[in-house]
Ligand binder design. Structure first.
Ligand code: GLN
Ligand code: ZN
Length: 759
């Protein structure tokens, strides 16, 4: 059986591309040096895949920043304001990705969004009335030549036109339909180019097909493909889908005059059923997405081989593939020398997945039961050292339904809290972190490397906390924070202290552009080993009479930013995490911390792609898990939560059901429509919509903040409104932070003055 890859990670095994690109941005290396790094990465990866015996090697899956942006760029979907900078091609491309400020002009970046249900972000292509779609062939030609020179006769990959149109943004009066003809012509040119280059296969990625689709969507899809396929000629076309199943277009898809269809059998719950029920056309190849491109556990050969056998027996022509691009997993276990073998053998990163594809493709044609590869693989699934903790499981099983709900209703709590804290109208606060300066990072590094003692490091952190508390008092903020200087990352910090979570050294995964993250691995049953934040919060509280807010990361966010277990349900892992965080909440409370913020920055991230699954598959347990965290608190203890986006207009009932006392969220860049929806939904929780954007070093003026607050007050009752920035301040500098917060407090004072006597 032949094997195929959808795409490969591209930041380089040791993030070489990231470092080179950042150097290029700082003008420390030339464009040729940057390109040499990129070429070396491509070469290394192609040869590795060829060596591993992969038959369909992806060509053009590489990107300097993002694949969808690459496609938009090659198709000339470049808004005028970027073209007018008259930069080189590459610099125009980077201007689209991250904005440009310099002698040629000043433009912001295009919008960036989460790529389906992953933690990868794509750049949103932007169409407007001036857009003239045209296929620029040079770049793709060059890549194809590069592959040919290495004797790689690859499968060229390109985002599909339907997904491209659906994920783009349309400015002014323009809409997707306006660009249909232009786009079809451009894709026809792509097809022609590949025919001239004697390329055998074109893979068009259409993950958007796994959504709930309307009739118009399906018509758009069909129109696009009928158009572009008219020029197909010798070329074979594979339409590839992932992150779910294609239940809404299976028949249309199988009826197209294409040669291959890629279906995801990992996340596509109905893929098998669809194939069995409707059959799979004899004239097409099924690219069977069976090796998980998103998670890092070893494939279970037994069940994979059974499925392959079953499909083969239906007479289906099969190519074995990954479920999605391997972009979402790290490069190689080779870099993980500190991870014990007993754990390592359970994992497959990108390189190890190449081996799995190879194993499966060979085993299927043999009597595999006696094959050592098969036996070693099966042994993994009964051998999970330190994974199961009966105490955790018993505790979870014994939780009564009442523990999923605070016993005192919100209205009553709100009254009790107003009396207890006696805060001024429009209380001011921040989201938690203060600037993580170079000094802070260097100290942490020095401590990690054993260059300074634990005591020295702790003293340093205490000094930072002291300064930060004093600063907030001077500024006149009402609810203070300690600054989170002890934390590298809001998930990693907790993961490192919890039982059941493993860490890697170099297992980086691209999040966006040059930014990579190192997700923890949920290995076993999770519990709190000891208190994680109490001493810091208690110390900070000892320095002030104002309330000190305890800072925790919520269970859903910890889970969503980790590699989850596959031997128990995600729901169960989340509930275990919730119990661990609950222990911390109660510990903080017992130690005098009476305002506690539980961040759920990533709550929306894993919302199923199909709206019909939102509640049953996710929110129905994610929200109770959050409530489990705080249900044990006294009525005066005020629970805050924070979310990093304001895109939750459509799940407000679920946000309401979190039953927090205060919720802060990003709002400065949105048009506050979220506040309308809150009102419509009779949302009673107190809210702190961010009054300024912390993603930029710009200092907002008092007038600007005041204006934002005035607008908010049109939609929120005064006694419900909090004043705070958008998000944590850790990426900002100290100077701009102080100036911005000063303005924030000043604007609040003016607002209080105007609202005197109203409440
Ligand atoms: N408390 C965290 C901070 O202030 C929240 C970060 C986030 O929302 N991403 O950094
Ligand atoms: Zn945030």
């Amino acid at each position: 059986m032949k094997t195929s890859l959808i795409g490969y990670p591209r930041v380089g095994r040791l993030r070489e591309l990231k470092f080179a690109t950042e150097k290029y941005f700082r003008q420390e290396i030339t464009v040729d040096e940057l390109e040499a790094t990129a070429q070396a990465i491509r070469k290394d990866q192609w040869l590795k895949q060829a060596q591993a015996g992969i038959d369909f090697i992806p060509v053009n899956d590489f990107s300097y920043y993002d694949n969808l942006l690459d496609a938009a760029f090659q198709l000339n979907i470049i808004p005028k304001r970027y073209q007018e900078l008259e930069l080189s091609d590459l610099d125009t491309y980077f201007a689209l990705a991250k904005g440009y400020q310099g002698p040629a002009g000043d433009v912001k970046a295009l919008a960036m969004k989460k790529w389906f249900n992953t933690n990868y972000h794509y750049i949103v292509p932007e169409f407007d009335k001036d857009t003239e779609i045209r296929f620029h062939t040079e770049r793709l030609k060059a890549i194809i030549e590069e592959a040919k020179a290495l004797k790689i006769s690859g499968k060229v990959v390109f985002p599909g036109p339907f997904t491209l149109l659906k994920l783009s943004r349309y400015r002014g009066q323009s809409q997707a339909q306006d660009f249909l003809t232009g786009l079809i012509t451009a894709y026809q040119d792509l097809v022609k180019l590949l025919n001239t280059e004697a390329i055998q296969w074109l893979q068009l990625d259409e993950p958007y097909l796994v959504h709930d689709l309307t009739h118009e969507d399906i018509k758009l899809f069909k129109d696009l493909y009928q158009g572009l396929l008219s020029q197909k000629d010798q070329l074979k076309v594979l339409v590839n889908t992932y992150f779910g199943d294609v239940r809404d277009v299976y028949q249309e898809l199988t009826n197209l005059a294409i040669d291959g269809i890629g279906l995801d059998f990992i996340e596509g719950k109905k893929s098998q059923e669809l194939v069995e029920h409707y059959g799979f056309p004899k004239d097409k190849t099924l690219f069977l997405g069976l090796v998980n491109g998103k998670n890092i556990w070893r494939n279970n050969y037994q069940s994979s081989l059974a499925l392959i056998k079953d499909l083969k027996s239906q007479g289906i022509d099969l190519v074995l593939s990954t479920s999605c691009s391997l972009l979402h997993v790290p490069y190689s276990l080779e870099n993980e020398s500190a991870l014990a073998e007993k754990y390592q053998k359970h994992f497959a990163f990108a390189e190890e997945k190449l081996g799995e594809l190879n194993d499966l493709s060979q085993l299927i044609d043999t009597d595999f039961h006696n094959d050592p590869r098969f036996q070693a693989n099966q042994a993994l699934f009964t051998d999970r050292p330190d994974s199961y903790d009966p105490k955790v499981q018993e505790r979870l099983a014994a939780i009564p339904q009442t523990a999923y709900q605070r016993s005192i209703p919100f209205d009553e709590r709100e009254k009790a809290q107003k009396a207890f804290f006696n805060l001024p109208l429009f209380p001011t606060t921040t989201i938690g972190s203060f600037p993580q300066t170079k000094e802070v990072k260097l100290k942490r590094k020095a401590f990690k490397n054993g260059e300074i003692s634990q005591a020295d490091y702790q003293n340093f952190l205490k000094e930072k906390i002291k300064d930060t508390v004093h600063l907030q008092e001077e500024l006149g903020l009402d609810v203070l924070v300690h600054g989170e200087f002890e934390r590298n990352d809001m998930v990693e910090y907790f993961g490192e202290q919890l039982n059941g979570v493993l860490f890697t050294e170099k297992a980086w995964v691209q999040s966006y552009g040059t930014r990579c993250v190192k997700p923890p691995i949920i290995w076993g049953d999770v519990s709190r080993a000891q208190s994680m934040t109490v001493s810091w919060s208690v110390y900070a509280q000892s320095l002030t009479r104002k309330p000190m807010k305890g800072m925790l990361t919520g269970p859903v966010t910890i889970l969503n930013w980790s590699f989850p277990r596959e031997d128990i349900s995600v729901k169960e892992s989340t509930l275990q995490l919730a119990l661990a965080i609950r222990d911390e909440v109660l510990d903080l409370e017992a130690n005098g911390i009476r305002i506690i913020q539980v961040d759920e920055a990533a709550l929306r991230e894993k919302l199923p792609l199909r709206q019909s699954d939102w509640y049953t598959e996710y929110l129905d347990w994610a929200i109770p898990a959050f409530r489990l965290v705080h249900s044990g608190c006294h009525k005066e203890t005020q629970i805050h939560t924070h979310m990093c986006y304001s895109e939750f207009t459509d799940i407000i009932p679920a946000i309401d059901a979190m039953d927090a006392d205060v919720i802060t969220f990003e709002a400065s860049r949105s048009n506050l429509e979220i506040l309308d929806s809150l009102k419509e939904n009779h949302f009673t929780t107190e809210v702190g919509p961010g009054v300024y954007d912390i993603h930029s070093p710009r200092i907002p003026s008092v007038g600007e903040i005041k204006e934002a607050l005035d607008k908010m007050l049109e939609k929120v009752k005064p006694e419900k409104l909090w004043v705070n920035p958008d998000c944590g301040l850790k990426t900002r500098g100290e100077k701009e932070t102080q100036a911005s917060l000063k303005h924030l407090v000043q604007a609040t004072k003016e607002l209080r003055h105007e609202n005197q006597g109203i409440v």
